[in-house]
Design a protein around this ligand. Sequence first.
Ligand code: PHE
Length: 339
Amino acid sequence: MKDQLNNIKIQAEKELTSITSIQELENLRVKYLGKKGELTSVLRGMGALSAEERPVTGQLANEIRAFLENRIDSARDELVKNERGLKLEKEVIDVTIPGKRKMLGRKHPLTIALDEIKDVFLGMGYEIAEGPEIELDYYNFEALNIPKNHPARDVQDTFYINDNIVLRTQTSPVQIRVMESKKPPIKIICPGRVYRSDEVDATHSPIFHQVEGLVVDKGVTMGDLIGTLQVFAKALFGENSKIRLRPHHFPFTEPSAEVDVSCWSCGGTGCRVCKNEGWIEILGAGMVHPKVLETCGIDPEVYSGFAFGLGVERTAMGRLNIDDMRLLYENDIRFLKQF
Ligand code: PHE
């Protein structure tokens, strides 16, 4: 029996050396020390021993059990330590690896220009109004005193959806919508997209953007219009910018003017950007036509107003030194990144 016990010890020790996981270790413990384990079953046979042999063998068995328990415990400690080490190794964070840089988006040049335009007018107490891009003929033309045979209605310029509905060719219809729904004093700007059946080139696009302005109150004069536009030009194109009004015709303003700003590139002496003119046209403006006020139920004997419509693309190109309008729509990131 002593030999049996010693063999169990040798065998168990040998197996212990090849254990690689806690599960294997547990299996080994059950195999030798468990209720039905080898050591246990040897001890069960102790009844057959003589009275002298029994305590000696019993002691040996207890020593071996204690020895094996000890070895198994320390083997378990070792395994746990290794497993934790492996896990730590796997989860190690290399703080020296360079970070992944996130691409930061930025404002489109048109949005930059539009935000600056809005800032100027909000600063002067204007509110922002909006209107639909798919517009009734009535608002886009009729109510703006553009009669049926006016050249602006020519199918070449206007995208018609049907006889009554167009893609708005200007932001001016918002003037009518605002005056219909609100009594003076009115002081609004309306930024928005407009559509004209134009060929694409360096200065034209069938879709572009305007900012409409409308002020209606008692005693509003042309002087107010000019002063307002001067503030706008200086804010966007610099303190030395000047504006110039050229007489023009719009059916919905009287008098009407086309407004130029002194060239942002040469300051007025003449260069390639302004085609040697020294001036660049950026907007149309005028005093709201009495007929238009009447159409909207506003008494032209009591109230007067001015309106203007400025091109956002033109403004952005001037403000940011962009010489081809197409660049604004191509969405080439190398171009857009510069602003
Ligand atoms: N709507 C005109 C255009 O698109 C511009 C304009 C607006 C002129 C307001 C006068 C007053 O050309």
